[in-house]
Design a protein around this ligand. Structure first.
Ligand code: BG6
Length: 513
């Protein structure tokens, strides 16, 4: 029987306090976006900067310099960004009049960033803009290009003296998008190339999941309350399910990138393993970058791939065509005989005292039945069944769910007796819904992360050792998969049925709403 909500928590909503996070003019960095004509800049980065600016977090005069290969008049770039704001900003900006004051902060510089020649021109242009805007010359470079350019761009910025050493009066930081490498060896190489130019403290490897409010709320829930944390261990937890399910496919534009990447690299290496490390980590002594990331790293380093045939612990799938939906192999940019996975499911173990023997089930996929990102902690059944002599069946054991998307919530299911003379047990839910309780629009992950990068707080960014540890796991799965075929699944389903084998020794099933 479906669980019924019976209660909801009420929250005290603290007044918004932008002032503590406001960046003063003398600390404000010029934001330089490489790959500024690409999707990410228009959909996420410019809207995030706009919302930070209108929200009072940034000084009035800023400079955002878009760098891309194509020649483009600055005005055209500004009006493209206005259009992007109309479509993608969570606050929108209504009309062009409202956009004008903001886009006067935006500049465009054409640069073939694969050659070194133009970097001198870029240095001069940035210095001119900073002089004109009265900005001090701190820099935040944002690499939103294809990943093969990351090392080269950073090396050219270094040789062109556009990156100041760590500790210099003028600060330089670089935000690097995913994918950070293609496997363990390439990630290690990229890390060493970058660190030859700048210090780890200046590098911000972004995973936008870490900027999501409800992901941060997992830390608040675990370490800001006393009643749940004692239960987070192998004594009480049967298994943990981490699902990142999407209903979209290649969206007509991502086939080429995705076919070289696949679900494991695209989502498991970063988002899913970051969620796993947050839900499983020990409490850090302080919520700061070093200690938080040390604890997450310990979890990743303890992840074991199970022994035994790979089909028993890892499943790879690819969507076929469905009514009105192109099959993966017919998507633009996808090789007609591609075996790239659009779905991946894994059963992993964390070999430490807290979690030994507890399966962590991860799955992600495109063209699935529902868009849903959640972590479900499935607790064990009670050690003895007090009601069994009455012939009463136990419902599913307690489940604690952190729902990250689409409706952010935390819920806990437990058994209750429905009214009546008969004694039965029925699952009910305690539900905390973020939107209903706080009645405030959530900021976008990129807003939070850009502000943190501007302020120099790397707690919610991935450190080099974390990235490499996650690649160790993913490269191990790729290795195990090398002779394994891909299972087909129909769009609008929950993926290949073979994934059910991963959970069949656990309490309950995959949570498929
Ligand atoms: C990105 C992946 O990192 O995350 C995409 O490249 C995926 O394939 C996206 O769609 C999911 O992010 P969100 O925030 O929509 O869950």
């Amino acid at each position: 029987m479906a669980a019924q909500p019976i209660t909801s928590f009420k929250g005290e909503v603290p007044a918004a306090d932008a002032s503590r996070f406001h960046i003063a003019k003398e600390s404000m960095a010029t934001i330089v976006i490489f790959g500024a004509t690409g999707d990410l800049a228009g959909r996420k980065l410019i809207p995030a900067i706009y919302n930070l600016w209108t929200g009072g977090f940034l000084p009035e005069r800023i400079a955002v310099v878009g760098v891309a290969r194509r020649d483009k008049p600055e005005n055209e770039f500004r009006s493209d960004m206005c259009e992007a704001l109309k479509k993608f900003s969570r606050t929108g900006h209504g009309d062009d009049d409202a956009c004008t004051p903001f886009v006067s902060n935006i500049f465009y510089h054409a640069l073939n960033f694969t050659s070194e020649d133009g970097y001198g021109g870029l240095a001069q242009r940035l210095a001119d803009i900073e002089k004109q805007r009265g900005l001090p010359g701190h820099r935040l470079y944002y690499l939103a290009t294809a990943s093969e350019f990351f090392a080269h761009i950073i090396q050219c910025l270094g040789r062109g003296r556009m990156i100041h050493p760590d500790g210099d009066a003028l600060r330089s930081r670089v935000v690097i998008e995913k994918p950070f490498g293609h496997d363990l060896a390439s990630a290690q190489e990229l890390n060493s190339q970058i660190r030859a130019v700048m210090a780890e403290d200046q590098i911000f490897r972004i995973d936008h999941y870490l900027g999501k409010e409800t992901v941060q709320n997992i830390l608040a829930f675990r370490f800001g309350n006393s009643i749940f944390e004692p239960l987070f261990n192998q004594k009480y937890v049967d298994h943990v399910q981490i699902t990142v399910a999407e209903t979209v496919g290649m969206e007509g534009r991502r086939g080429e990138f995705y076919d070289k990447t696949g679900a494991l690299r695209d989502v498991v290496q970063n988002h899913a393993l970051q969620l796993l490390s947050i839900v499983a980590m020990e409490p850090p002594a302080t919520f700061n970058a070093k200690e938080t990331r040390d604890e997450k790293l310990k979890v990743l380093n303890s992840v074991d791939l199970p022994d035994g045939p790979v089909g028993e612990w890892a499943v790879r799938g690819q969507y076929t065509e469905g009514p009105g939906i192109k099959g993966y192999l017919s998507e633009d940019g996808v090789a007609p005989d591609s075996t790239t996975e659009t779905y991946a499911a894994l059963r992993l173990y964390i070999d430490n005292w807290r979690w030994a023997g507890v399966p962590f089930l991860i799955r992600t996929g495109k063209q699935l039945k529902a868009r849903m990102t959640e972590i479900a902690i499935q607790f064990k059944q009670p050690p003895t069944h007090y009601f069994k002599r009455l012939g009463v069946e136990l419902p599913q054991a307690n489940t604690l769910v952190f729902r990250i998307q689409p409706d952010e919530a935390i819920s806990l299911s437990f058994s209750a007796k429905p009214p009546g003379m008969d004694f039965q047990l029925q699952p009910v839910d305690m539900d905390f819904n973020y939107g209903r309780t706080f009645q405030r629009e959530l900021s976008e992950a990129y807003e939070r992360l850009l502000l943190d990068a501007l302020r120099g707080d790397s707690t919610l960014f991935m450190r080099s050792d974390e990235v490499e540890s996650a690649w160790r796991i993913v490269s191990g799965v790729h290795e195990a998969w090398k002779d394994q075929g891909v299972e087909l699944y129909r769009p609008g389903t929950w993926g290949p049925s073979a994934a059910n084998n991963l959970i069949d020794t656990c309490e309950g099933k995959w949570r498929n709403p």
